[in-house]
Design a protein around this ligand. Structure first.
Ligand SMILES: [Zn+2]
Length: 331
């Protein structure tokens, strides 16, 4: 990562990439799909990007416990830290394996999310290349390989300096991001838009179409559910039609993206048939939306996606689109 930092230094108008070596320390045993190899593949792909691409690669400091409390309850965080220290193997759910270094990885990933929030505040755009992922984590719950909620941390970082901001969260991971959805379920300033596999068959078995927010947040959640084996063309059609409606409703100042790649036809979860070109087109639509509504302020956060081959080629291609377009817009 240090060589990527040297090759892609910080600079005005550059698309910001954030990662941290400690994100690789979270290891949960053979056969678990959420492995360090996922991030290693992406970093390998980033190393093949041309020097001329206007990106900056940064390794921000890990988050502090106090910063995590922007979203999460202190007792939950202390329980997680203690469980890792005591060398427990699971935390709260059978999905959430931990190791002695898991808490360090969690702090490092969260530090990248906070740094991306700061970048958006400064009118930039970027991608947090992190693991473990975050979109299933609630204020006091670990779920679905997630421990702290990165997109919520970025939102709360922005809100401290821009309290009246409106946020559009676009989550195209094949699983419903229940953590983000329910943290902001009553909140009319955060529109959560998710396209995911039918909750009847797919984890976390939530995010039905009729779940649209409540109280002041009623109408500010849009869950689009798709059947198993949905084609990439249908996925993209649903994605773009409903994105337009979501963005008109919230009029966002910032766009935050739960970038999960497990709807890919080559993903080992094998749920849907989305291809590279569909993801690339979805990213272009998000970028155009952010450009039209909020000066291009879009932050991408790595969520799921378990084919290392897909991650290695697709994520750098997405970064190339975002960096090139961000730069041409700035000119
Ligand atoms: Zn997922």
């Amino acid at each position: 990562m240090r060589s990527l930092e040297k090759r892609f230094p910080s600079g005005e108008g550059r698309f910001a990439l954030f990662s941290h070596p400690d994100c690789l320390l979270h290891r949960v045993g053979e056969g678990h799909p959420e492995t360090p190899a996922r991030l290693e593949s992406i970093l390998r792909g980033c190393a093949a990007l041309p020097d001329s691409l206007p990106v900056s690669f940064q390794v921000p400091p890990p988050a502090t416990l106090a910063q995590l409390q922007l979203v999460h309850e202190e007792k939950y965080l202390l329980d997680l830290e203690a469980a890792c220290r005591q060398k427990d193997s699971l935390f709260m759910t059978p999905d959430n394996h931990i190791c002695p270094d898991t808490f360090r990885a969690v702090l490092a990933a969260a530090g990248c999310a906070l740094a991306l929030g700061e970048t958006l505040l400064e009118n930039g755009a970027g991608f947090a290349l992190v693991r473990p992922p975050g979109h299933h984590a609630g204020r006091r719950s670990a779920e679905g390989f997630c421990f702290v909620n990165h997109i919520a941390l970025a939102i709360e970082t922005i809100r401290k300096r821009h309290p009246a901001a409106n946020f559009l969260v676009v989550d195209f991971d094949v699983h419903h991001g229940n953590g983000i959805d329910y943290i902001y379920y009553n909140d009319p300033t955060v529109f959560y838009y998710s396209l995911h596999g039918t909750p009847d068959h797919i984890y976390p078995h939530s995010g039905y179409v009729h779940e649209t927010g409540q109280g002041p947040g009623a109408g500010f959640t849009c869950n689009i559910t798709l059947p198993l084996e949905t084609s990439g063309d249908e996925w993209l059609r649903q994605f773009s039609d409903n994105l337009r409606q979501a963005v008109r409703k919230i009029q966002p100042d910032y766009v935050l993206v739960g970038a999960g790649f497990d709807a890919h036809c080559q993903d080992p979860f094998g749920v849907m048939n989305v291809e590279d070109r569909h993801f690339l087109q979805a990213v272009r639509l998000i970028q155009e939306t952010a450009r039209d509504y909020c000066g291009g302020k879009a932050g991408f956060f790595l969520e799921g996606g378990y084919s290392t081959a897909v991650l290695e080629r697709l994520v750098p291609e997405i970064i190339t689109i975002l960096a090139t377009r961000a730069n041409s817009f700035a000119c």
